[in-house]
Design a binder for this molecule. Structure first.
Ligand SMILES: Cc1cc2nc3c(=O)[nH]c(=O)nc-3n(C[C@H](O)[C@H](O)[C@H](O)COP(=O)(O)OP(=O)(O)OC[C@H]3O[C@@H](n4cnc5c(N)ncnc54)[C@H](O)[C@@H]3O)c2cc1C
Length: 421
């Protein structure tokens, strides 16, 4: 079969690794100019690989496959770097933090993780790329952004600037950054949308390392959820000890994210505080909702920048004019001091405030007045795609709406590849 793979990220790596030995002609169409240029992805930034039954996606990826995915990535490191990879367990039942959080109403989320670090990821990616490139049945097409997909008879047609290509089978693996392509396709073929109702919106929180030293040391990544009084569930996500806050670039707006190198690169810890927003009929555009809020923060910040505010000013709903003891790790040109309350809907900011106050009952320094908040951080779940509608067009990884982590996206790719055997 002639197979088209749109996007070269975690999901396509899983898919390709499963079908490479089969008798197929595989074409990878990636919009970036090379393997490193795509900024928005955990396999290019941070690289924490989790094994968890409750986190990383809403589909079932058997634990055996998740562990194979971890081994697959770790094996790409050279032996010295592999030995240095930090491994940790978030909320082992025996951890004293488990009871502390539980008693305050939090749900501690259990997972095992390995942290490769941004600095080591490029060698992992290079190794994978080199291994794939030696195969005669696989061809990479960089700088090939797919803008449109047509389903015609038994064929799938991919179109982009200056090209049109016809395939027997296509997997779309464009991650969250490919949301405009997914929107176009789901508008045209609404029958492939299984549901479309969720987006996670919130802030990136930044505090000095010493405030969370104990919990960072024990588990590196702490993941908790809280059902707040508004009815919204709020959670921590992507904790980066000694890490940096970064911009996440989309075509038409920027949001905020965080990462850390294997050895740490600052004296601050950052993590996301995200509020899960679910909509009911007739609203069917959570991506539009998240995009508008992101764009609003950019408009107020005067361009492709985010808004930075101290926690105290956020609570008092007034613009931050000067910072306190915590020095931002996001470069100065990427933010404007402002008021996040002008951006986030009230229900979300009230939920986040309750979450931070509750968190400070377990870790008191969390609510220090000069701690930093950057807005907005958004996790687009994408429409959930019904992959059984067309037998030769599959959506895998984050763009399918069913995964949101390296392990789950790669596992999804592997399961999809396996079904072709
Ligand atoms: C900054 C950041 C840090 C993260 N850190 C972690 C982490 O530490 N651990 C973790 O488990 N998860 C992390 N994640 C989430 C994780 O990266 C994703 O869940 C995972 O990479 C999804 O894999 P994917 O293949 O679906 O998409 P991606 O890995 O995002 O790959 C999609 C690819 O498609 C390409 N593309 C997009 N649109 C098009 C188009 N129209 N045509 C052609 N190509 C296109 C993109 O350039 C990209 O290369 C992080 C995410 C971000 C943004």
């Amino acid at each position: 079969m002639k197979i088209g793979v749109v996007g070269f990220g975690a999901a396509s790596i899983g898919f390709i690794s499963e079908i490479l030995d089969e008798d197929h002609e595989i074409h990878v169409l990636e919009r970036s100019k090379d393997i490193f240029s795509s900024s928005i992805s955990g396999i290019r930034s941070d690289g924490k690989i989790f094994v968890s039954e409750t986190m990383g996606g809403d589909m079932e990826i058997p634990l055996a496959i998740q562990n194979e995915v971890v081994d697959f990535y770790l094996e790409k490191l050279n032996p010295d770097d592999r030995r240095e990879v930090k491994r940790g367990v978030s909320f082992d039942r025996r951890s004293r933090f488990f009871d502390l959080f539980y008693s305050k109403g939090f749900e501690p989320v259990n997972s095992t993780f390995w942290h490769i670090g941004t600095d080591k990821l490029s060698s992992v990616l290079t190794k994978i790329f080199e291994e794939f490139s030696t195969r005669n049945n696989l061809k990479f097409h960089f700088g090939s952004r797919v803008d449109d997909i047509d389903i015609e008879d038994e064929k799938i047609i991919l179109r982009g600037e200056g090209f049109e290509a016809v395939f027997d089978y296509v997997v779309v693996a464009v991650g969250r950054s490919g949301h405009s392509l997914i929107k176009k396709v789901t508008d045209r073929y609404p029958e492939i949308v299984a549901s479309s109702n969720t987006v996670d919106i919130g802030v990136r929180f930044e505090i000095p390392d010493h405030v969370v030293e104990e919990i960072n040391e024990e588990m590196y990544e702490f993941k908790v959820r809280l059902k707040t009084k508004t009815g919204y569930t709020v959670r921590t996500f992507c904790n980066n000890p000694s890490g940096k806050v970064v911009l996440e670039n989309y075509d038409d707006f920027v949001t905020v994210n965080g990462h850390s190198n294997s050895g740490g690169s600052s004296e601050n810890t950052n993590f996301a505080i995200l509020c899960t927003t679910r909509f009911t009929e007739p609203f069917r555009d959570p991506i539009g909702y998240g995009s508008y809020i992101s764009r609003l923060s950019n408009i107020l910040a005067g361009g492709r920048k985010v808004i930075l505010q101290t926690y105290e000013d956020f609570i008092q709903t007034k613009r931050t004019k000067r910072l306190g003891r915590v020095k931002p790790t996001l470069p100065e040109g990427d933010y404007i001091l402002g008021d996040i309350n002008l951006v986030l809907p009230r229900r979300i900011s009230v939920s986040i405030t309750e979450f931070v106050e509750k968190l400070s009952e377990v870790i008191p320094g969390i609510s220090y007045p000069d701690n930093l908040m950057y807005a907005v951080e958004v996790k687009f779940y994408s429409n959930k795609i019904n992959n059984s509608r067309y037998k030769n067009l599959k959506f895998i990884g984050d763009c399918s709406g069913h995964t949101r982590s390296i392990t789950y996206a790669t596992g999804h790719g592997r399961l999809t590849g396996y079904s072709l055997k």
